[in-house]
Design a protein. Sequence first.
Length: 468
Amino acid sequence: MNQQQEAQQQSSSLILEQIGALLNSRKFRELREVLTSAPLADVAEVLSQFAPEQQAAMFRILPKDIAADIFEYLDLEHQTALLNALGDSRVAVILDSMDPDDRTALLEEIPAAAAQQLLKLLSAPERQVALSLLGFPEHSVGRLMNPHYLAVRENLTVQQVLDHIRQHGKETDLINVIFVLDERGKLLSDLRIRDILLAPADRPVGELIKRRAISLLATEDQEQAVEVFKKYDRNALPVVSSNQVMMGVVTVDDVLDVAEEEATEDIQKLGGVEALEEAYITTPFGRLVHKRAKWLVILFIGELLTASAMAFYEDKIRQAVILALFIPLIISSGGNSGSQAATLIIRALSVGEIQLRDWWRVLRREAGAGLVLGILLGLFGFARVAVWSKVTQVYGPDWILVAITVSLALLLIVMWGIIAGAMLPFVLKRLGADPATSSTPFVATLVDVTGLVIYFSVATWVLRGVIL
């Protein structure tokens, strides 16, 4: 932990002690001052450590705008508990004051019946906004956007735009970007507040436009929005309809949440777990088991094929028991190398470093890497048998043939594992599936089964007439 993190932790601890003391002594005026003067994120972190009833007491003394801002920093579990503890009137005030995009995130996560109850508490204008955002497809950009933004016509002068900002700036959190529209409400461009402040007061803002705005379609997938934000390094992007009419704005903080969710989902899939919709600690036990059982059963069935493969080569194992000693070594080497390749390629695909059309380049690179790594591990395997043969007779007089078998099998299995691990994500993406589904356990299971066939095929070829 660095010094900055330690300082933040100490600050949160002091705020916690101070709030607890003021709450217990019922000094609500002083408590209100502490809650409104501390950083909102710190206050939310501290409040989450109190019981819902205590949180509700503190929220009742807060100004509605600050209460809504703090509420947005709480996680879903604490938000739900707090809403249950607050009365309907206070819940209505908080929901009305929330940013529409954050309110949408809450409403789409809670059960439908609870969401309907909360929608009834909203004022008519805010209910209309909430329903319009919820009307967009799940995981679409439309559900992320905030319909409150500053937009002006292209024929307004700089002075008129500044007057407009002063008049309507309090209605939105985003005032550093002004969107320029034509007479039909279609997006033309966006201007930084700096461009407006430095321009002559009588100049039309349409003349300040240097480029067309980068925008997002309301029906686009949220993952695409993440890629656009990364590519253009923007803090906010406008959202438009299919005919370029301005509808709202998405800010980078909302996109960061999406990126974190997608990264979490990919990591869980890499581990052979179906993605969790909630935080681990709040996921019901039954659902947690169900999410893991599906892949475990699939992988178990796959490993049954490994047992079948070993049964097929039972006679050869009986003739040369020494071969069985190297099965874990050889199979794990193939599985590990395949998992490495799969992880690298899945990540490269997810961040856009490579595309489907690059499969041939990837195949050549990974085949080369597999050859080099296979030779390296094969040499280690040969050395292992050679050294052991000097201190024990377990490998018999033909130890050099055993060493050749092990090293050659390692070379082929590592190459196969790497190629399989690298190509599976491409195959899945081509079929329209998530590349992360080719999780490391799945690759390892595939290489286990095929690796046994390779190993005993090599052993049959090298040791025929000697041991076999």
